[in-house]
Design a protein around this ligand. Structure first.
Ligand SMILES: Nc1ncnc2c1ncn2[C@@H]1O[C@H](COP(=O)(O)OP(=O)(O)OP(=O)(O)O)[C@@H](O)[C@H]1O
Ligand SMILES: [Mg+2]
Length: 285
């Protein structure tokens, strides 16, 4: 089990009149090679939780285990934080705002140099990472500020990919992108998952959850209120919930309720539903 969270509490501004308890006893496990999502209303604790995973925030109490690394409230117990951050890296919401070097290649190489790479080696790795996000040599010397929003985000993701983490955490990776930008980023993330990485996303987009994720965690006021597959989640929530059930799920459920022989769990996109219906139709002929 690469990630195990045990009774995690986190309080901001502890021991001040403004203190706020963002996580209230969360326990969960994320198996290897998962494509997991954290969902929940704004302020439910999603970003707080993921920042404890690589010790950007230390628990107020409780423990986080990531493979052989441990994150606790006790700094002395948290060994090799640098190694942990290379093993599990986080792409923040709107990471493009963190681009600051004068060229794209320097920006991607920056993190590597922090991990002790020499300039030339860092650039070589940066080029590989840029290639993998679909940005070829003509982008190397450009200023990050000349790029489109989607390209900037890809540069920011390349900066994290260059570190070749085994676990990649993305906080709202598609926020603010159009349909094409969303597809580009998600097919990139899917490729990393296919390559064997564990993926964790924070998102408000339930269609994204349905299409890509095999495990979903719902937070409510700092507590975990659901963990399981997306289809069972959509099955449990009612129309008045803050979670928007994807139209594709609703349609598949409706067809199933009317007697169609449909395996909802395996439906990720419209084509899956079409294939199931036509396959059944062919069989009946
Ligand atoms: N730096 C901070 N100082 C004080 N309180 C904070 C801080 N960051 C977050 N909080 C509080 O902690 C709680 C959880 O915030 P968090 O950012 O984890 O929510 P979230 O689920 O990521 O929300 P969103 O969907 O809006 O990104 C909220 O009540 C928030 O107001
Ligand atoms: Mg957040």
């Amino acid at each position: 089990m690469p990630i195990k969270i045990e009774n995690l509490f986190y309080t901001y501004l502890r021991k001040t009149p403004n203190s706020s308890e963002a996580l209230k006893g969360v326990s969960l496990e994320i198996p290897n090679n998962s494509f997991a999502a954290f969902i929940g209303r704004t302020g439910s604790g999603k970003s707080t939780l993921i920042q404890t995973l690589n010790a950007l925030l230390l628990p107020t109490s409780g423990e986080v285990h990531v493979d052989d690394f441990v994150v606790t409230s006790n700094k002395r117990k948290n060994k090799n934080i640098k190694g942990l951050r290379k093993h599990l890296s986080i792409v923040f919401q709107f990471p493009e705002y963190q681009l600051f070097e004068e060229t794209v290649e320097k920006d991607v190489a920056f993190g590597l140099k922090n991990f002790g790479y020499k300039e030339q080696d860092a650039l070589k790795e940066a080029h590989k990472a840029l290639e993998s996000v679909g940005l070829g040599p003509k982008f190397y010397q450009k200023s990050p500020f000349e790029l489109s929003g989607g390209e900037k985000r890809r540069v920011a993701i390349a900066g994290i990919l260059a570190l070749s983490p085994d676990i990649l955490v993305l906080d709202e990776p598609t926020a603010g992108l159009d349909v094409k930008g969303t597809e580009d980023i998600m097919s990139l993330v899917k490729k990393m998952h296919d390559d064997g990485k564990t993926i964790i996303v924070v998102t408000h987009d339930m269609e994204l959850v349905m299409e890509y994720c095999n495990l979903v965690f719902l937070l409510k006021d700092g507590k975990l209120v659901y963990q399981g597959t997306p289809d069972l989640l959509f099955d449990q929530i009612n129309e008045s919930s803050a979670i928007e059930i994807p139209p594709l799920y609703k349609l598949a459920k409706l067809l199933k309720d009317r007697g169609a022989n449909i395996d909802i769990q395996s439906i990720k996109c419209v084509d899956d539903l079409v294939n199931q219906i036509t396959r059944k139709g062919n069989k009946d002929e």
